[in-house]
Design a protein around this ligand. Structure first.
Ligand code: CA
Ligand code: CA
Length: 230
């Protein structure tokens, strides 16, 4: 045996420690912007690798324009949050954030650098209005029963779910439930109430219990939800 040689020899290979950039989260405000409205984004990029990353660019790309932000460096385990502002240009738009879009950083994983968020404008809303109140007979006596026909219309762009229509006179009131009302549709409801005084005002109110999310709730009291008639 030659001196200095041994019968066994080992070699240990250690992979080069590399950074690994990932887009950890994208948050935005408002949650449901309208088309054309500017959205503020917060994009958080984390270096989940074993080594520090040097300078790199983060891009946020919508259907139209994009925005770039430069990060000068990011230590292993550290994260940074970047602000972007881009408009919503289409209905249902996907925004993609990419860390190290120009591939300036050699990473242990180059395939996990993007995250997407899809943003849609608020869904169209219902807008309920009482379109008309008719009644019969035309000249009722005090104490007699009057039959009313109340026409409710959804003049909004979105459908209405179930809601209650109330007809109220000086005395008792009556409720009718509408199970749903499509955008642009109308429905006629029949009520019967006694004429208790003369003259008497009857008021019909659509969605008296505020069950429908829509523009109707923004109307002032006595507004177009209500069509009094005597
Ligand atoms: Ca990566
Ligand atoms: Ca890279």
């Amino acid at each position: 045996m030659v001196s200095g040689w041994s019968p066994a020899k080992t070699v240990t290979i250690r992979p080069v420690a590399r950074p690994d950039l990932v887009v950890e989260s994208i948050t935005h405000a408002p949650a449901s912007p309208t088309i054309g409205q500017t959205i503020m984004f917060q994009v958080t990029v984390r270096n989940q690798g074993q080594a520090s990353a040097g300078s790199f660019v983060v891009r946020l790309q919508g259907a139209g324009p994009s925005q770039d932000r430069t990060v000068s460096s990011l230590a292993a385990g550290a994260s940074t949050t970047l602000m972007f502002s881009l408009p919503l240009s289409t209905s249902g738009e996907t925004f993609t954030a990419t860390a190290d879009v120009n591939n300036q950083v050699a990473e242990s994983d180059e395939g996990n650098n993007t995250r997407q968020v899809r943003i849609a404008p608020p869904p169209p809303q219902a807008d309920l209005v009482v379109q008309e109140i008719t009644y019969t007979p035309q000249e009722p006596a005090v104490g007699s029963t009057v039959t009313f026909t109340v026409t409710v219309r959804n003049q909004g762009a979105g459908p209405a779910g179930a809601f209650v229509v109330r007809l109220k006179g000086a005395g008792p009131s009556q409720d009718r439930t509408v199970s749903s009302l499509a955008a642009g549709a109308s429905t006629s409801l029949t009520f019967t109430l006694p004429l208790s005084t003369s003259p008497e005002t009857f008021t019909a109110t659509a969605d008296v219990n505020n069950q429908v999310v829509g523009r109707a709730e923004q109307h002032p009291p006595g507004g177009r939800d209500r069509a009094p008639q005597s």
